[in-house]
Design a protein around this ligand. Structure first.
Ligand code: BTN
Length: 268
């Protein structure tokens, strides 16, 4: 294991770990670290959202980052800040036609041979709140990205076929330098967190990248399924969903599918 500092993060590099989120959670809970990051080349018990498994063969990016939560902040802000940083990075560096599927799937939009555009999942984020850490509340944000990942070794997630960056880009990518650059970018965004307008800045960027807004969606919650138009992003980064009777509900989590049956214009 390597320990150093990268972009204000205490930095750990491991060849293989059960889950980078579990690794970092333990370190934060023990009070060993606060703002920290761990990068693994492989995970043998990678975890996805909603209790799913995240298959993690060599070639993918498996990265978790922790940060102390400012008392007046909604913890989702830190997760959304990572999601928008990833989207910006992939668009700028690799010209990926990228977007976010609410709450924070990283999707690439590809043209299929018979015409219509299709979303494919390039990555996902699993955030975990730690309230009982010696250095106060923290969030651990785990990022999994298909980079040089053999796609046959990855599960389709939530009805979305996977795609890797290398498949999009047409050649393999230097994973170590991509990881360093992404961590620097996330560090720059998180380091602005004490500025008064940071929450509004992240909210505005989220609205720019979330493709779900304006779409007809189906959201599966623990005990119910909701369907309607995703009309806007709430101030707390939930989704305002308008059903066919015209009633609007705010949804905070769940499994979201884009039904692509019509788009509304979303106010910016
Ligand atoms: C999702 O379900 O879309 C979220 C997947 C998150 C996977 C990443 S890989 C790094 C970190 N460690 C884990 O065990 N999970 C997250």
């Amino acid at each position: 294991m390597t320990v150093a500092t990268v972009a204000d993060f205490s930095w750990f590099e491991v060849a293989c770990v059960d889950s980078t989120n579990l690794f970092l959670r333990e370190k934060v809970r023990a009070g060993d670290v606060s703002q920290a990051a761990v990068w693994a080349r492989e995970q043998n018990a990678g975890r996805g959202r909603l209790g799913r498994t995240w298959l993690s063969p060599e070639g993918g990016l498996y990265l978790s980052l922790s940060v102390p939560i400012h008392p007046s902040h909604n913890p989702h802000l830190y997760t959304m800040a990572v999601a928008v940083s990833v989207a910006e990075y992939l668009a700028e560096e690799y010209q990926v036609n990228v977007g976010l599927k609410w709450p924070n799937d990283i999707v690439a939009v590809v043209k299929t041979t018979d015409g219509p555009e299709e979303e494919r999942k390039m990555g996902g984020i699993l955030a975990e709140l730690i309230q009982d850490a010696p250095h106060g509340s923290h969030v651990v944000v785990g990022l999994g990205l298909n980079i040089n990942t053999p796609i046959s070794l990855v599960d389709p997630q939530n009805n979305l076929a996977p795609i890797s960056l290398c498949e999009w880009y047409g050649r393999s990518v230097d994973l170590a330098s991509l990881t360093q650059q992404l961590v620097q970018q996330i560090g720059r965004v998180w380091n602005r967190r004490n500025q008064a307008d940071w929450p509004e800045e992240i909210h505005a960027q989220a609205k720019r990248w979330i493709r779900t807004l304006g779409q007809r969606v189906r959201i599966t919650l623990q005990d119910t399924v909701l369907e309607g138009q995703a009309v806007d992003l709430s101030p707390t980064l939930g989704l305002y969903l308008k059903d066919d009777l015209g009633n609007t509900t705010e949804v905070h989590s769940g499994d979201c599918i884009h039904l692509r049956l019509g788009k509304l214009k979303v106010e910016s």
